[in-house]
Design a protein around this ligand. Sequence first.
Ligand SMILES: [Zn+2]
Length: 792
Amino acid sequence: MIAAHPDDENTALLAYFARGRKVRTGYLSLTRGEGGQNLIGPEQGDALGVIRTQELLAARKIDGAEQFFTRAIDFGFTKTAQETFEKWGHDKILSDVVWVIRRFQPDVIVLRFTGTPRDGHGQHQVSALLGKEAFSAAADPKQFPEQLQWVQPWQAKRIFWNTFAFTRQQEEEAAKIPNQIAIDLGTYDPVLGHSYAEIAGMSRSMHRSQGMGAPERRGSSKNYLALVAGEPATKDAFENIDTTWNRIPGGASVGKILAQAAHDFDIEHPEKSVPALLKAKKDMAGLHQPVVEPKQRDLDEAIALCSGLWLDAVADKYAVTPGGSLKISATALDRSPLAVGVESVDIDGAAKASTDLKHDSPLAFNEPHVSTLTVSIPANEPYSQPYWLREPKQGETYTVPDQLDIGLAENPPLLNAHFHLVVAGEKVEVIRHVAYRYIERSQGELTRPVIVEPEIALRLAEGARIFPNAAARSIDLQVEANVAEAAGLVQIHVPDAWSKEPQSRDFKLSGVGQQSELSFQVSPPAAHDSQGELTASATVGGRNIAVGMQVIHYPHIPIQVLFPPSQTKLVRSDIGLSAKTIGYIMGAGDEVPEALRQLGADVVVLNADDLARCDLRRFDAVVTGVRAYNTRPDLRANQARLLEYVKNGGTMIVQYNVLDGGFVGGDPASVASIGPYPIKIGRDRVTVEEAPVEMLTTNALLEKPNKITSKDFEGWVQERGLYFASEWDSHYQPLFETHDPGDKPLRGGTLYTKYGKGVYIFTAFSWFRELPSGVPGAYRIFANFLSAGKTE
Ligand SMILES: [Zn+2]
C-alpha cells in the first residue's frame, strides 16, 4: 500500500491482507508526517516525525503489516502536486519508491489516492503519481540501474486504487468504475476473535499525536479495489498469482509438509509439530530466492514457539558511550517436554561477541539458562540518532548516504543476539534484538532500545534567539553528564560581527544525570539587522561533542532519544513591545510562551485554577494557544470571565482552532462564543508561505510600536495560516488579505475589534511556527497585537 502520510493508510485493508490472507503486507508512507500538528505534546518537525514513525510501527504491530518510508519530508499542507514535486524532486522520491518495491517484491500494489486534484493534499496526489510510475519503473533495468547491485528489477502483477470519497459526488463517480473487486472488511475471523475493521480501530488509535482515536467498527464494511494498471482481475486481488510454495522452483515439497503440519497441529501439544517443521526447514534450505529468506526466519521462530522456548537478550543498561561496554544476559528457557540444547550465543551489530562454552546438553525443563557476554562498543560508533536525521537536510528531503538504509522505518537495533539451538538433533537459529528491560511501577515490565550516547549532552533551549534591541543577551547552555566524572571545556561560536564573552567555560560534573548551566554573553552587531547560527561544542577527554539530547517519552511508543546539533539561530531585529505581562492559555502545545519571553515579556502560563480565580487585570494581554478551544474545557467554562476582562480594558488574542478536532462543549459549526461577537471558523488555509499579504487598514495596530510593512511577511516558514474564519460579525475588522496562488482572496486570517475598553484579536496565522523559527516580521506583528491595549 502506498500513500503520503501516517494515517493515510487503510488499516482495515492492511489487517485483512496481513492477518486474514496471511500475505506479507507493507505500507509505504512517503513521509513521516513531520509537517502536521502535535496533539499530545510540544514536539514539532523532526521530533514529531520520530513520534509518528513509532506510532505507525505500533499500529503495524496490531494490523500485522510492515512499515516503510522514503526520504521525502512532509513540509505541510499543499494544494498541488506541482509544489510537491518542486520541493521533493521527482526522480529522488521515485527512486525511493522503486527501491522499496524492488526490495519488498509485492505481487499487488494498492494506492490510496488517484494522482488528481480530487485527492486534496498535493502530497496525496504525488503518492499516487509516483506509485503508478514506479509500478513499471521498478521492472525496467534502465531505471535507477545503480540499485541493481543490491536488488533485481521487479514487476508487480497489478496495481489498484482502493477507492474512497470525500464527497457524495465523488462516491457516485467512484461507484461507476467497472470491474471493481469487493472485499468485506467487516468479516469476522474466528481465530483472531475480531473482524478486520475492529482490528483497524485498534491500530488506527495508535496515531495519538494526530488525535486519531477510532471506533472498532462491527458489521459488514465493504471496500473496493479498482484496477489502475497490470493484469485485470475480476474476483480477487491475487487472481492468477500463485501464492503457494509451488511458485518457487523446488518448493512444492515445503508446501506439502507445512500444509500437513498445519492440519495436524495439536494446540495442547505444539511440540508434536516440530519434527515436520524441521523437515520443512531442511527442504527450504535448498531454495535460493529473496522471497524464501524471511520464510526461513519465520520457520525458525515457529520451531522455537512449538518447542516452548523463551529466548531473550537484555543489556545491563539502556545506553553506552562510544568505546564503552555492555554486559548482555542471554536467556534460554525450555517450557516443553522437547529436548533442546543451546550450542552458543553470538552477538552482532555494533560489536561482536560469542559465548566461549558450547552447551549442547539439553536445557533443564523450565529452568532459565543464562549466558553472559560482554561487548565493547567501538570508539568511533556514531550516536543513535535516527539515520535520516544524521546529515543536514537537502531542502525538503532527508540525506541518507547509505542506500541500504533508505526505506527503513527506524535504525536497525544496535545489537542482535543469535541463539544457535539444537532441536531434536537439528540446528536452528533464532535472533533477538538486545533490549533493556525495566520496571515502571505504574505500568509494569517495559523494554526500550539500547542506544549509543555521548559522554555529555550540550543543550541549547529550543527555538531561535531574538535580540529585539542592540543590548547583549545571555545565552544559557545546559551540560548534562551521561557518565560519572565528566569534565571538559565548552565553547560557543558566533557569526562574524557578533561577539561573545567569555571565549570558553569549563565544567566538572561528578554523577550521571548531573547538570550544569553555563552562560555566555552574546552581543549583536551594532545598529543593523542580522541573522546567523550560534553553535556550541564541548571537549571531553579529547572528544569533541556538539549535540544535545532530547528524550521522547509517551506510553504508546518505546522511549526515543534524539541528538540534535547544539546550535540555534540568532536574530537581530528592532522589535518594540509595550505589553509587559502576558497570560498564556496553552492548548494542544506550542512554543509561543518561550518565544514571547525573548521579547522581555513576563509570560504566565494559566491553568484551570488561574482561569477561574486569578485577577486577569494584572495581564496586559491574554493569549490562547493553538487549538485551546478544542482541548481546554476550562477555557470555554471561563469564556465570560475572559470577555469581561477585555471589556474592562484587557487585550485578548485567540490563535487558530480546528473544526474537525471536536470543540470541547460546543458545536463546531457555530463557534460564536470564541469572540465577543460571532465568528465562524472555516477550513480555509494559505499553505504557500510566500503568498503575498495585503494590509487592509491603517489601524494603529499596524503602526505601533512597530511600523509593519510588506517586509515583515518575508522569510516565513511552512505556511501563512490555517482554519481562517469563514464568516464574522460586522464589528470585526479584517486586518490582512492573503491567498494561495489561484485561490480566492481570504480576509478571515486576522480579525480585530474593540470590545468595551479593550481589544479582541482572532488570528489564524501560524504564529506557533513563525515565532519559534525566529521570523523577525512575525515577532514585530505579534508584538503589536500584544501591545494593542497600550497603543490606543
Ligand atoms: Zn495524508
